[in-house]
Ligand binder design. Structure first.
Ligand SMILES: NC(=O)c1ccc[n+]([C@@H]2O[C@H](COP(=O)([O-])OP(=O)(O)OC[C@H]3O[C@@H](n4cnc5c(N)ncnc54)[C@H](O)[C@@H]3O)[C@@H](O)[C@H]2O)c1
Ligand SMILES: [Zn+2]
Length: 350
């Protein structure tokens, strides 16, 4: 088992082990003691992995209930949140009881927000089942639901009490959802872990526990320094400025990681154009994202991305912190005005 301690205001552990899902009941009981559990999951994950979690809870003598949402981002809304709170109340859950998120980031964000708000805050355990949820949303304490005007508009910071990552659960992920998570994994490599970047070049022999541990450890270190997202945490946005513009231009029909992959290459091109890094880094990143079936360029011209990005950024007050690579394993924050966006989004070509 690989363990990462997340030393935030309320410290917790992320335990990573193939097969840990079958022992989840025991892990939860040993770490969190008594308490009933409300499993929150989506219909797809429930059908694939629900029984395994339930039998482990039964074996450990933990009593539980289950709340299932339809899979997909559309379920991460205020109606699901309210229905979950009502279910907790109907079942007389108390502050000694525990929510358990079995699923991807959608289930994780919804469960975390319900845990943050029910009785002004109860404990929750994360059991992420997508790669993205394991390496990104399981650490950091950001919880939220979407409102009709946009994503994550209602939320809270509320850390889980325990996270259990079972890389075995990734075996049932559709290929493109796995690739989606790999974009974030590659991001961590460029951001601060050149060894991880090297490991990823051998796609057929990925040591998944090790890969996940490295990502979680890096996110934990950054979050520990900037728990409420006012500074260093911005580094985690590497690839996301251009990535968001691409996603938005595609009316969010493109998977997040696919936009981020192209966004990382665009940011490297721009970094090279202003003399921050050598040119070789561009092709290094581009070939690694291609290895995982991810795009290395935007399907839209830079002018269209600029239009989309300007609409968003103007609303945010005009200054942007670009995250730019200096070399594989190190990125810096680079503050610019919105007028630099056309050059940035065209990778320095304007
Ligand atoms: N809180 C944070 O810090 C944070 C960070 C990044 C993303 N997010 C949020 O996470 C969400 C995206 O997460 P996601 O990509 O995990 O999406 P998701 O939860 O919708 O999962 C993607 C799809 O995969 C299915 N699935 C999940 N696990 C599976 C498995 N093991 N086998 C087969 N299918 C499986 C799900 O049913 C779903 O259809 C977004 O809402 C985003 O805002 C949050
Ligand atoms: Zn992301």
């Amino acid at each position: 088992m690989q363990t990462v301690s997340v030393n935030v205001s309320r410290p917790y552990e992320v335990r990573i082990e193939t097969g840990i899902l079958a022992r989840a009941g025991e892990e939860i009981r040993k770490t969190l003691g008594e308490g009933r559990i409300m499993i929150v999951t989506d219909d797809t994950v429930d059908a694939l992995w629900g029984a395994r979690l339930e039998s482990s809870l039964t074996e450990a003598g933990v009593s539980f209930k289950k709340f299932v949402i339809p899979h997909g981002e559309a379920s991460k809304n205020a109606q699901s949140w309210l229905a979950l709170l009502e279910t907790l109340a109907e079942n007389a859950f108390t502050r000694t009881d525990i929510l358990c998120a079995l699923g991807g980031g959608v289930v994780g964000d919804l469960t975390g927000f319900a845990a943050a708000t029910f009785l002004r805050g109860i404990r929750y355990v994360g059991i992420p089942t997508t790669l993205l949820a394991m390496v990104d949303s399981s650490v950091g304490g950001k919880t939220a639901v979407d409102l009709s005007r946009g994503k994550n508009l209602a939320g809270a910071f509320h850390h889980p009490s325990l996270v259990l990552c079972d890389p075995g659960a990734l075996s049932t992920l559709p290929e493109e959802v796995f690739a989606d998570g790999m974009a974030e994994v590659i991001k961590y490599g460029v951001l601060g872990d050149a060894e991880l970047f090297e490991i990823l070049k051998d796609r057929d022999h990925l040591p998944m526990e090790e890969v996940i541990r490295r990502c979680v450890a890096m996110k934990a270190a950054i979050v520990e320094e900037d728990e409420t997202d006012h500074g260093k945490r911005k580094l985690l946005n590497y690839g996301h400025t251009a990535g968001h513009a691409i996603e938005a231009r595609a009316n969010f029909t493109m998977l997040h990681g696919h936009g981020v992959a192209a966004g990382m290459v665009i940011a490297a091109r721009y970094a090279h154009s202003i003399g921050l890094c050598g040119g070789g880094i561009i092709e290094e990143i581009a070939s690694l994202v291609r290895l995982y079936g991810l795009p290395d360029a935007s399907p839209y011209p830079a002018s269209e991305l600029t239009e989309t990005a300007l609409r968003d950024k103007k609303r945010e007050g005009g200054r942007i912190d670009l995250v730019l690579p200096e070399r594989i394993g190190s990125c810096v924050l680079h503050r610019v005005g919105v007028d630099a966006l056309p050059a940035f989004l065209s990778g320095g070509a304007v």
